[in-house]
Design a protein around this ligand. Structure first.
Ligand code: AP5
Length: 229
């Protein structure tokens, strides 16, 4: 699919509960459209893996299924969106996750074109099944494809459970989602560039629905000056 609105930045935000498929779809969309995928979960896991000061702060919070502090996350994303590869747009996966983060993001993208916000909707029983079944590569961290049995096709690493995919932690992540992240669906849903899509379909069907939704939403006329979309 070719992106409409030639010359305009395509700024995409993926919303959805844990296991909705944000990472899977963000990766596909970013690759197809030549945009940087910015996943705050991946950035934090890399920091944990590398034992950086951020990783040390984030590790226990993530393993409890709670959210890392807004100030830390806003700082990380602000710095990332300041890099030149984001001027043509970006795909955000996992940020914003709270109303203060969403408000801060509006400030960060002021003057850079509208945010197209896609909410992936999946029933809770399906989320629980997906997260219980998920394996990732213990070395490079990518989600394992179904056909990989013992090791990662990309780097040969062993497949492991994500440390926050245990049953108790997943239930906590879902509670946190409803309490702290669901309110940002309300925050965005009145905007003309918001779309909800059914994520309880095969991945390729979700990809097609997401492409169509973003294509349609990004054709929305530019906002009146001073109004954030
Ligand atoms: P993060 O990594 O963002 O985790 P999450 O939001 O809980 O999302 P997941 O990665 O579990 O799911 P997903 O929706 O990306 O689905 P995926 O494509 O992987 O965050 C982790 C932690 O970091 C947070 O808990 C928090 O502590 C911290 N954090 C991150 N960002 C933060 C922020 N902004 N503020 C504060 N703290 C932050 O798919 C899941 C599985 O389902 C995979 O196995 C996949 O293959 C499969 N699947 C995907 N699509 C389909 C489909 N259509 N059909 C069948 N299976 C599918």
């Amino acid at each position: 699919m070719n992106v409409p609105r030639a010359g305009a930045a395509l700024n995409v935000v993926m919303l959805g509960p844990p296991g909705a498929g944000k990472g899977t779809q963000a990766e596909r969309f970013a690759r197809t459209h030549g945009l940087p995928k910015i996943s705050t979960g991946d950035m934090l896991r890399e920091a944990v893996h590398a034992h950086t000061p951020l990783g040390c702060v984030a590790r226990e919070t993530m393993d409890r299924g709670e959210l890392v502090g807004d100030d830390v996350m806003i700082g990380i994303v602000g710095e990332r969106l300041g890099r030149p590869d984001t001027t043509g747009g970006f795909v955000l996966d996992g940020f914003p996750r709270t109303v203060p983060q969403a408000t801060a993001l509006d400030g960060m993208v002021q003057g850079r074109g509208p945010l197209v916000v896609v909410d992936i909707v999946v029933p809770e029983d399906v989320l629980l099944r997906r997260l219980a079944a998920r394996r990732i590569c213990g070395s490079c961290g990518v989600n394992a494809a179904i056909e990989w049995t013992m090791s990662c096709a990309a780097c040969g690493g062993s497949l492991v459970h994500r440390t926050d995919d245990g049953n108790g932690v997943v239930r906590e992540r879902l509670k946190v989602y409803h309490r702290q992240t669901k309110p940002i669906v309300e925050f965005y849903s009145g905007r003309p560039t918001f779309r909800a899509i059914d994520g309880n379909q095969p991945p390729d069907v979700v990809t097609g629905a997401m492409d169509a939704a973003i294509r349609e939403a990004s054709l929305v006329p530019a906002p009146v000056k001073g109004v954030v979309l």
